[in-house]
Design a protein around this ligand. Structure first.
Ligand code: UD1
Length: 357
């Protein structure tokens, strides 16, 4: 069996890591295509190096642009690559423009498509990711769902017959890295320590939070006013929008830092007192690492994290200060994201369903 993975943005490299390892341990061919959506070393190369992902076989180098320009450039470049490789499956990951482009390109060429992390829904039609998810799920032939909630969403949309519950591959990598960094000290900004009042870790990058200057200013004000240090792992979109709107990131409680490599991020979160974020992945990683999370959105695709207040939605920003400093919930959050062996199930399911194609 030959499987061609299409990836392009940071969270996809994290998801690719355990899948690529599972393919390496099998006798199947795995071709990696990087669209180039994320191109900064810190957003891309370090993930391949740290997570031991083989270098991409093909790099499309599309870079940034408006949604149409970026997605269109990927579509134009993918045709030739898919025609050359003719894989048994095209595997697409998550909800970015690279996901949609991979799925669309493959179905038009009559190549079977599998969507990893299928069935997530925010019901927020203002999010580009929500359209990418819904369109990809409806185009794909095989829907690899991470949770029972995702399976239920797909069944409700008439896609139950294409769905398989495999568990969450991000849990595979998160647990592996957590165990590897448990005894290492995170590289924190000057003066920030886990002792005493501790520190918070924050990331902000969603278009809904960065593109409206008033909202972005309100978020930065809320973080800057907190009584303990906030280690802000600033995504390039945040840095560029803040500069555009003249919003200073380095002030008050905020210790602004560049994005961290995955192991360092896990290490920093593990020792933090809490996370404040709008990232889907980081909400779940906080939950898996047993750290309370405050999510700067009105909804979440990972509702399992909300159990017992491990994750709290703070889309209206009014109570961010109190929420971010709340104590760790007493009750354990359970294991809704699987056992850390989802990637093997992905490979097994692709083999099984290939026979049916
Ligand atoms: C994308 C995904 C989002 C995912 C996020 C993770 C879409 C629609 N969005 O959002 O779902 O959660 O990645 O990071 O696909 N930039 C750089 N260097 C880079 C990458 C981006 O400077 O390596 C800057 C560019 O100015 C670009 C902006 O960041 O215009 C946004 O990048 P883009 O890939 O369009 O979307 P993200 O906001 O990263």
């Amino acid at each position: 069996m030959k499987v061609l993975s299409v990836v392009g943005a940071r969270p996809q490299f994290v998801k690719l890591a355990p899948v690529a390892a599972a393919f390496r341990a099998s006798h199947h061919d795995h071709v990696i295509v990087h669209t180039g959506q994320h191109y900064d070393t810190r957003m891309s190369d370090v993930f391949f190096a740290d997570l031991q992902i083989p270098a991409p076989d093909v790099h499309l180098g599309v870079g940034s642009g408006s949604h149409g320009v970026q997605t269109g450039a990927m579509l134009g470049a993918l045709d030739g690559v898919l025609a050359e490789h003719r894989p048994d499956w095209v595997l697409v990951y998550g909800d970015t423009n690279s996901t949609l482009a991979g799925a669309l390109s493959a179905v038009k060429m009559h190549l079977p498509v599998a969507h990893l992390e299928a069935g997530l829904r925010s019901r927020n039609r203002r999010m580009p990711e929500e359209h990418n998810r819904v369109l990809t799920d409806h185009a794909a032939d095989l829907l690899l769902a991470p949770t029972q909630v995702a399976v239920d969403h797909l069944a409700a949309e008439g896609l139950g017959h294409r769905t398989v519950l495999v568990g969450d591959v991000m849990t595979d990598v998160c647990f592996r890295v957590r165990d590897a960094v448990r005894d290492t000290k995170p590289d924190l900004p000057e003066g920030v320590t886990a002792e005493g009042d501790g520190y918070l870790v924050s990331t902000i990058h969603r278009a809904e939070n960065t593109d409206d200057p008033d909202r972005l200013r309100a978020i930065v004000d809320a973080l800057a006013g907190l009584p303990c240090p906030v280690v802000l792992l600033a995504h390039p979109r945040l840095v560029s929008r803040a500069a555009e709107h003249d919003i200073e990131l380095r002030r008050g409680a905020i210790a602004a830092l560049h994005p961290l490599p995955y192991p360092e991020m896990v290490s920093a979160v593990l020792r933090s007192r809490g996370v404040v974020t709008d990232s889907g992945g980081l909400q779940k990683e906080a939950f898996l690492l047993g750290v309370p999370c405050t999510t700067l959105r009105g909804e979440t695709e990972w509702p399992e994290t909300l159990v017992d207040g491990w994750n709290v939605l703070a889309g209206d920003l009014t109570a961010v200060g109190d929420l971010a400093l709340r104590p760790r919930p007493q009750a354990p959050g359970g294991a809704p994201y699987g056992d850390g062996r989802a990637a093997q199930r992905v490979v097994a399911t692709l083999v099984e369903r290939q026979a049916a194609n």
